[in-house]
Ligand binder design. Structure first.
Ligand SMILES: [Zn+2]
Length: 289
């Protein structure tokens, strides 16, 4: 692995595994007992596979040690208190001075998710380089946030892209961090026009559910909407996190299949019972804001 380039800085030095979400955030969040992965290529959903790790254990290789243990870690430390309080729904606000630190942490997690799930066809290579050079959300990147009652939906991250075979288009990455639901759009092959079209469609369709938090042209504090948190379920999320439904109004694929083993284990249990039995509760309160 030593000769592959780090997607951020291009270094060919020793590679390490980078966590999707920082490991140090684990005691503050609800943890699921199993991560189910489903891959769909060109509209065909493959068999789901389960892994008995929590969503905070997901990590991906190929990132150089200097990026991993240096600036990437610092970005998450700077946003940790705000992100965890948002995740636990202890605040709905991002003060003006914290918008950029929060966006940096969210962009890092989104890029890592796209990198880890690049087997669907591609990853936003130019956005990695720009993020490394500027430490700012890359050109053509959009971030949306909202609160949901269905916590940790897409907890291990979801990466969609379109088109698969031709150049151009957009990437869309989404995940839940406890009650907070996040969607990030990146241009594919530098195609900012398509990324902007996807973002403008998402703005319309997600009205009252998700708020665009980046770019934030007003420069003011942000308030993340929660009034429709009960409406953001698996089906609604499917329509907001896939590119063809956003661009062309196609019916979204609904990833509601679980591996047989998982289905058998949880059969007949209500949502409440499942949460009480299997979800590990946080052992720590988020840091004071
Ligand atoms: Zn690097």
């Amino acid at each position: 692995m030593c000769d592959a380039e780090c997607p951020f800085c291009g270094s060919r030095k020793k590679k390490t595994r980078e966590h999707r979400i920082p490991k140090s955030w684990k005691p503050y969040l609800h943890l699921v007992p199993e991560v189910v992965s489903t891959v769909a290529v060109k509209g065909v959903i493959g068999d789901p596979s389960g892994s008995s790790r929590s969503q905070l254990d997901v990590q991906y290789g190929g990132i150089c040690a200097e990026c991993n243990n240096g600036w990437l870690r610092e970005l998450d430390e700077a946003a940790m208190a705000r992100m965890l309080n948002l995740a636990r729904f202890m605040t709905q606000e991002i003060p003006a001075g914290e918008v950029l630190p929060v966006m940096r942490s969210v962009v890092r997690a989104a890029l890592m998710t796209a990198w880890g799930k690049r087997d669907i066809g591609a990853y936003p290579a130019a956005s990695f380089v720009e993020f490394f050079e500027t430490r700012l959300p890359p050109s053509g990147a959009y971030v949306f946030m909202g609160f949901t009652d269905w916590f940790s939906m897409h907890a291990a991250g979801h990466h969609a892209l379109w088109p698969v075979e031709e150049p151009g288009g957009a990437h869309l990455v989404s995940w839940g961090l406890d009650r907070l639901f996040i969607v990030v759009i990146f241009p594919k092959d530098g195609d900012q026009v398509s990324a902007t079209e996807v973002a403008s469609s998402l703005r319309k369709r997600a009205k009252g559910l998700l708020k665009q938090v980046w770019p934030n042209p007003t420069g003011r504090r942000l308030k993340i909407p929660s009034q429709n948190a009960h409406r953001i379920d698996r089906e609604v999320v499917s329509g907001l996190t896939q590119i063809k439904p956003l661009l062309f109004g196609e019916e979204p694929l609904v990833f509601n299949l679980d591996p047989d083993r998982t289905t058998a284990r949880y059969d007949g249990m209500s949502e409440r019972e499942l949460i009480d039995t299997y979800v590990t509760r946080p052992s720590k309160r988020p840091p004071e804001l």
